[in-house]
Design a protein around this ligand. Sequence first.
Ligand code: XUL
Ligand code: CO
Length: 438
Amino acid sequence: MAYFENVSKIQYEGPTSKNALAFKFYNPEEIIGDRTMEEWLRFGVAYWHTFTYDGTDPFGHGNMIRPWNHLKGMELAKARVEAAFEFFEKLNAPFFCFHDVDIAPEGETLRETNKNLDEIVDMIEDYMKTSKTKLLWNTANMFTHPRFVHGAATSCNADVFAFSAAKVKKGLEVAKRLGAENYVFWGGREGYESLLNTDMGLEQDNLARFFQMAVDYAKEIGFSGQFLIEPKPKEPTKHQYDFDVATGIAFLKKYDLDPYFKFNIEANHATLAGHTFEHELRVARINGMLGSVDANQGDPLLGWDTDEFPTDLNATTLAMYEIIKNGGLGKGGLNFDAKVRRGSFEPEDLFRAHIAGMDSFAVGLKVAHKLIEDHVLDDFIANRYRSYNEGIGKEIIQGKADFKTLEEHVLDMKEFKNESGRVEELRALVNQYLLTAF
Ligand code: XUL
Ligand code: CO
């Protein structure tokens, strides 16, 4: 049975195509530098937004028209798997991602939940035997159920800590079975509302204990995927422990966990933290910890996580700039942690939205590659810091300078020759590349 019968396989038709259900810029086989677009971009479909989300928001009921809406329980879960693999095939998606609760209904106990999960994982495993779509990552939802009201690994309740551990244990087993390239930890409710009732030290120590147990168990069962932390500054708690990449690095280094983790960077989480998307990617990259990306965008006028499909070409260009400079994402990919707007309730909107996101990143890839190939920013930056190539600058870099020699250098200096940073010119240059790359 076809769930998306009005849609056939999405093809690349080029920038002048007027067909809404075609790629204009994403041409998977096109070679950019040393690999294909498909290999650079490694797109992933987020199961929760695409197959589970029904449009519910704090003010209204679910309104999404979906061909599986009449079903319930395990029947619903199975229909979603069938629909998902039809969708992946038609979109030509190389990857997908899911939370445990996205794919199978929860039972009264973890034993029951795991039974449901096993049945659906069997089904997914079967589909994956013939599908080209692989699992980018899976994760455990440890925030929706009321038991996680005070957090999971940072809960004040040790039974909840234990329950969370058992959920991640199962998640790692599923990851191993389905050949997941990564396993994600997004903080969920790992944070706090008020210090008046919070032992912050204990909560953070426990979170580190939890991560160590995950690392140990992965080793025990031979799961070799990459562990990823996904930072977010707020929502659902006021203070999230993994605020941003820099906070995450400090945490991991304090507990000697840094060799085992990289970061999954979400654009909308970056902007909620008061950073740009490219800032978070840069911090991770220069620390050798850029793992994967949740590709979406926020709304500059709204202060929450709107998870929109990415269409801002300036942002996708600067993001791809960091990713190319990183040599690609390795085991990571660009997972569309993005949902269609409530007004976009037709099933075909799921395709329209993914096409918009894929085309936007394809443009970003091409423009960023050209910027790098032409050394546009590299040359400017190298010249801007040239004072460190000789004289006192070189001595600083080589560790030959100290406060005394530096004082000697400047004590009688009257003039400091600074040059313009020319940021407006550089922004215009990026625009020029954007407008002329195709
Ligand atoms: C929440 C969020 C999550 C993670 C996975 O803001 O981004 O969906 O990506 O738990
Ligand atoms: Co995310």
